[in-house]
Design a binder for this molecule. Sequence first.
Ligand code: SF4
Ligand code: SF4
Length: 417
Amino acid sequence: MLQIPDYAKKYKGQEVQDLPDPEIFLMPLNGYKSLLTPVVQEGEQVRQYQLIAKSGQQFGTYLHAPVSGTIGALKSINESQYLTLHNDFKYIEQKLSPSVPEKWSKQELLNAIKELGIVGCGGARFPSHIKFNTGDNPVDFLVVNGIECEPFFSADYALIKYHADELAQGIKVVKQIVSPKKIVVAIKRKNKELKEILEAAFLQHKLQAGVRLLPNHYPQGEEFQLIGTITGHKLSKGCIPSDFGVVVSNVATFRAIAKAIFEGKPNVERITTLYNEEQKTGANFLFKIGTPIAHIVEHSKFIPQEWKKKRLRLGGAMMGKNAGQQLVIHQGTGGLIYLVPQIVSQTNCINCGYCTQVCPQYLMPMTVIPGFSGQKNNLINRYNMLSCIECAACEYSCPSKIPLLKYIRQAKSILKQ
Ligand code: SF4
Ligand code: SF4
């Protein structure tokens, strides 16, 4: 397994900062395997927290206005759809109703989670009302994922440090839905100071939950790795955790649930890390969903104005993608990283085997290198490359600087055809 230094050590404990809100929000209509349809018209005045789009498809979710203002035009950018919202900076709220969730049924809670726009905040934005609807399957473990394995990220750290109270409240709601035998909050050993904070919040909310300090390995926070470490179950591609009696969700999702259920506030914000590799500085910010990246670049000292010439990555240095495709902060954006371009000279594979040693899926990444002896689609298939989780640990470890992840993605797209 791969060990990566704690780059966030200097700033992870600092208070979460704010930036001024943008004049125009680009509300993302592309959800997890679904396209949301606006329920408001161009020119319509909306209040903060008002429903503005939804989808009735299988994985459909709901989207709410992060501020009050006027609905603008629909926009299609880079094959993604956005609804523009012109901020009036008045923050006129939709009237919110207080709730007493203890009296709600499981289905009522799931409906509220859906209608208040809760999706997984760990990256993929899987709808939470589907994840927590475990039917009659008994749940042995509810795992609250606070591992945050991306090297520069500390948004989940800040969330636990400053919002452990809301986190405990959110866990209580999900406990009411899935009735787990055990609740485990997983954090890395290097963040052990958070254990006391969490335990104090559990005590305050009379919540029976444990904190597990896990090794600082990368990618420990990936769902199947986490389940393997905590429960001993080895899940392979295509497995559904709830079939093994496990439900896993990110800490930010539980906080969003607490705000939705107890305050009536839909999921319109998230804590995100900004990091500048050149200056080796970072900080955590609270952004509203739909905040354009260009606005963040303009107002934050962490990302220089000439960012487009360099490498701005959304979703982390290891598993993220270049920011060109995603224009805004969405519910799954854990961080925005400004990387200094590396001048690397790639050399041939020397068969050192490091890529295999660090691979959490026990794969042989070198088999995807063009020209690798014996490379054929059926060989790649045999080596089960489709179960690669794209963690980039192999590429990070490769002494020949071979862009393994690029080749893996190419191979996977061929295999999926
Ligand atoms: S082959 Fe895939 S899962 Fe294995 S280390 Fe590389 S990116 Fe990670
Ligand atoms: S780490 Fe790089 S050089 Fe070593 S076997 Fe893997 S691909 Fe080849």
